[in-house]
Design a protein around this ligand. Structure first.
Ligand code: NAD
Length: 348
């Protein structure tokens, strides 16, 4: 049996404790929080509630700590837990920059403990579908991927609105969307360009557009917007012989696949809905097929199953420190690009 403790028993930590599927050999035992109301909630949810960090870290039965506080305190708590000999699962983003993360990884190495990030959206069904289409080359050579999350309610009045707490949408959603793309495309990122806007916020970004160009030529756009009354598709992926789109979280969408590329251009400019145009004249209908999106395997228990296997020495981490670092380095460059308003060349 492995006993886990929690630092920061807020919304996400209670989700870990009560909702995320876990092997029965993992049991959350205790939590520490600075808010008395959250300690009370922890007690109600069957946990021992510690009102100080040392008490939690001195609990010898606990071998792993979940850090689920606001983003600015991840580094401090993860390091304290690892120095106490505990393994650490840190909520995303694990740190505010790559430098902080490097310090955390050094401590993990020094104390020989396991450290990973809960970058769980690698198992979201929309992403798994995109990954299946990409991996199985259903669209031919893919040259463009667009991944978006959009809403219209702005940011709730919590620490997520505060810069000093690591608020803002690149930290909040960007980290997931970047992680997904990096796990998809097997090629180094050679440039990053990002634009940040504050449409509903005064301190932090609530509208981000980030373009990553890969060495293999593929261009990926990640976009997060919180003032979008009409939402663009979650995913748009274009390959040489097909295009796929996932419209929304209900997984509606389709693929348009080329079945005949023998284009016969007209001798005379045709009159089309866009006016006279040979280039944009519609294709002959019988050269394309519309296909449904494929089904993808989703294992929502993957994270804790893998973590248990790692603790028992039977597997490697599925979310590896070098992957977490790569994602953080892209985020660092994105912030710099936004600040300096220029493309950042790199090899990450
Ligand atoms: P939250 O505000 O609901 O919870 C944060 C908790 O930390 C609160 O109970 C608060 O009292 C406590 N806290 C604040 N400062 C503290 C401190 N200095 N020491 C100890 N406790 C402190 O926030 P949340 O939505 O649960 O987010 C927590 C973390 O989880 C964030 O890093 C966030 O990015 C992450 N998160 C991840 C996912 C995911 O899908 N992986 C989803 C939501 C949130």
């Amino acid at each position: 049996m492995h006993y886990f403790g929690i630092i920061g028993y807020g919304g996400m930590a209670s989700y870990h404790h009560l909702r995320i599927e876990k092997p029965e050999q993992i049991r959350f035992k205790a939590a520490f929080d600075i808010a008395p109301a959250r300690l009370e909630k922890a007690r109600k949810d069957g946990l021992i509630a510690y009102d100080n960090l040392d008490a939690l870290l001195n609990d010898e039965q606990i071998d792993t700590i979940l850090v689920a506080t606001p983003n600015d305190s991840h580094k401090e708590y993860a390091i304290a837990a690892m120095e106490a000999g505990k393994n650490v699962i840190c909520e995303k983003p694990v740190a505010l920059n790559a430098q902080e993360l490097a310090q955390m990884l050094k401590v993990a190495e020094k104390h020989g403990v396991v450290f990973t990030a809960h970058q769980n959206r690698r198992m979201d069904e929309d992403y798994r579908i995109i990954k299946k289409i990409y991996d199985e080359n259903m669209l031919g050579d893919v040259f463009r991927i667009e991944s978006r999350v959009q809403g219209s309610r702005g940011i709730a009045d919590t620490w997520r609105r505060r810069k000093d707490k690591g608020g803002g949408m690149l930290y909040d959603w960007g980290v997931h969307l970047i992680d997904q793309i990096l796990c998809l495309v097997d090629s180094p990122v050679v440039s990053v360009f990002a634009e940040f806007q504050q449409i509903t916020q005064t301190e932090v970004d609530d509208n981000v557009r980030l373009t990553m160009t890969f060495q293999n030529g593929l261009s990926a756009l990640v976009e997060i917007g919180l003032c979008n009354y009409i939402m663009l598709p979650l995913w748009y992926m274009a390959g040489k012989t097909g295009t796929a789109q996932i419209d929304y979280w209900d997984l509606s969408g389709k693929m348009h696949l080329l079945i005949d590329n023998d284009i016969k251009f007209e001798d005379e400019i045709p009159s089309t809905l866009v006016g006279p145009s040979i280039t944009l004249a519609p294709r002959a209908e019988d050269t394309m097929a519309v296909a449904p999106l494929p089904k993808a395997d989703v294992d929502k228990a993957f994270f804790y199953k893998n973590f248990l296997d790692v603790l028992d020495g039977n597997a490697e981490l599925c979310i590896k420190p070098q992957e977490i670092m790569r994602c953080m380095q892209i985020m660092d460059l994105a912030f710099l690009s936004g600040k300096e308003k220029r493309v950042m060349n790199c090899k990450i």
